[in-house]
Write a protein that binds this ligand. Structure first.
Ligand SMILES: [Zn+2]
Length: 195
């Protein structure tokens, strides 16, 4: 990802994933998540044809992008989170698996520089915080923080700071809190029906 640093007046390039030695790096002249034909249209003024894998295989890459648009956390995962919080006994996989699959698809397609990536990372941090899975919440918070730095600069946060962010996250322990509140509500509902 690239970011214009106003202080140094220079363009900064940062990686949000590991790069192999000798691997070719690409940058974008248009929005990488739009349809291939729209990207080609945007590239016309630059006078070159893009030879990246997505542009070489338009039917596959357009299909992936359509899938990603239809499977955003806003459309799918937050609804699953609500069901998960309200239903006792559902496993953690119920709430995280869909988002993890989308994340894998994003990584396979090389779209880690897109909002799809950051929105799934943000969701996974919330979901793992809700079930108090510190280790997993830290993994995805670290990736999300890397994304934010790649987008707008800033210093890398220490593990201690990230841990504190997780523990102070508004979603931390949410599942337990909501289940507890539901038990209390159920108890009073039972009392009033008895009375
Ligand atoms: Zn391309």
């Amino acid at each position: 990802m690239r970011y214009f640093n106003k202080v140094t007046f220079g363009m900064e390039f940062r990686a949000v994933r590991s790069i192999k030695a000798g691997e070719e790096l690409f940058t974008y002249y248009t929005d990488p998540v739009i349809h291939t034909s729209s990207r080609q249209e945007d590239l016309k003024p630059y006078g070159f044809q893009c030879g990246c894998e997505s542009c070489r295989t338009p039917s596959d890459s357009d299909f992936v992008r359509m899938q990603l648009y239809r499977n955003t956390p806003m459309l799918v995962d937050y609804k699953r989170l609500v069901v998960f919080l309200m239903t006792p006994g559902l496993p953690e996989s119920y709430v995280v698996d869909h988002s993890l699959q989308q994340l894998e698809l994003i990584e396979r397609t090389g779209l880690e520089g897109s909002e799809f990536y950051s929105s799934h990372l943000k969701f996974l941090v919330e979901a793992y915080c809700a079930v108090e899975n510190l280790q997993k919440a830290l993994i995805y918070l670290r990736k999300l923080e890397d994304f934010k730095r790649a987008e707008s600069g800033g210093e890398e946060k220490s593990v201690k700071t990230l841990m504190q962010m997780v523990k102070e996250h508004p979603r931390w322990g949410w599942k337990t809190k909501i289940q507890g509140a539901m038990e209390v509500a159920g108890f009073y509902a039972h009392c009033s029906s008895v009375l």
